[in-house]
Design a protein around this ligand. Structure first.
Ligand SMILES: NC(=O)c1ccc[n+]([C@@H]2O[C@H](COP(=O)([O-])OP(=O)(O)OC[C@H]3O[C@@H](n4cnc5c(N)ncnc54)[C@H](OP(=O)(O)O)[C@@H]3O)[C@@H](O)[C@H]2O)c1
Length: 273
């Protein structure tokens, strides 16, 4: 990772974290604050982001702002623009991309799939378009986009989620090619199981853990994801966080689509089934 002063110069003074109240998002808030960046925290629960923000301020002496916002709101982008009108946003990460409801497409509530699609694709595009332009004008900045091992191949139970994560992966890699020569770093972070409340919730429903206090076996700590993202952001375009996923995706990349789908289907069944 660069020295803290370098990070502030390259990505400061303000970072914006979407989905900042828990999990990977709150780990980003802490990691960015520890490097000296001021942070704008966004998610739906005002009280929770206020608490995360207060801790970051008192631990690291940075400034924070909070915005309680449902990112599926029709005017979400307008609200984000208004909230950042007087801020110099040099770093952006969208962590509000998970899906708490694993299940077959036809059995799912289409509204919740549309909300997921909007958060992971449409809103992400809008945010990258607006803040990416500002970053290019300044000739510096950083954008982190969260993808998933689910993007490597399709599997039952993950149709919309995996589709959005495949979009995120390819969108980020293309954006990296366009923005990197203009001074803006873009990194796609591909995660395998990561210990967050969303994962614990899914594991609890499936009887894989006994309570929300139990860490899922083998899951990557959220803090490690934020740390790795800041370590690899200059390299781009993609950092696969888990060693197992790094090896798995390489093997699946050469095995042909139909075999990869079979492997992914078996893996999803083992984790979620
Ligand atoms: N955890 C894993 O095992 C795993 C694996 C692969 C990839 N990933 C990816 O990593 C990223 C982070 O995952 P995660 O598990 O930390 O959590 P997540 O469930 O993706 O995100 C939770 C955060 O997003 C906020 N959020 C959710 N819906 C929102 C909405 N409509 N409007 C505004 N904020 C919203 C939540 O806060 P509020 O409830 O306060 O709104 C919370 O802060 C996601 O993109 C996910 O797809 C995670």
């Amino acid at each position: 990772m660069r020295k803290a002063d370098d990070l502030v110069q390259r990505y400061g003074p303000w970072a914006m974290v979407l989905g900042a109240s828990e999990g990977v998002g709150s780990a980003f808030v802490e990691m960015l604050a520890a490097q000296g960046l001021n942070v704008l925290l966004i998610s739906r629960r005002q009280q929770v982001i206020d608490e995360v923000a207060a801790k970051a301020e008192s631990d690291f002496g940075i400034q924070t702002r909070t915005l309680a916002l449902d990112l599926f709101a029709p005017d979400a982008m307008e609200q984000l623009i208004a909230a950042t009108a007087d801020l110099d946003v040099g770093f952006l990460v969208n962590c509000a991309g998970g899906d708490a409801h694993y299940g077959d497409f036809l059995d799912r509530d289409l509204n919740s799939d549309e909300a997921l699609l909007f958060r992971n694709c449409t809103l992400l595009m809008r945010v990258c378009h607006h803040y990416g332009k500002q970053m290019v004008e300044r000739g510096r900045g950083g954008i982190v986009i969260m993808s998933s091992g689910a993007a490597v191949a399709g599997a039952p139970g993950l149709a919309t989620y995996a589709g959005t994560k495949a979009f995120d992966l390819l969108f980020a890699e293309a954006l990296w090619g366009e923005l990197k020569p203009q001074g803006v770093d873009v990194l796609c972070v591909m995660l395998a199981d990561t210990d967050t409340p969303t994962l614990r919730h899914q594991m609890l429903i499936r009887g894989k853990i006994a309570s929300m206090d139990e860490a899922p076996k083998g899951a990557t700590p959220s803090s490690f994801v934020a740390e790795e993202a800041l370590r690899y952001i200059e390299k781009g375009p993609t950092r696969i966080i888990s060693r197992k996923l790094r090896i798995g995706s390489r093997i699946m990349g050469v095995m042909g689509r139909n075999s990869a789908v079979a492997v992914m289907t078996a893996a999803a069944k083992k984790i979620m089934g």
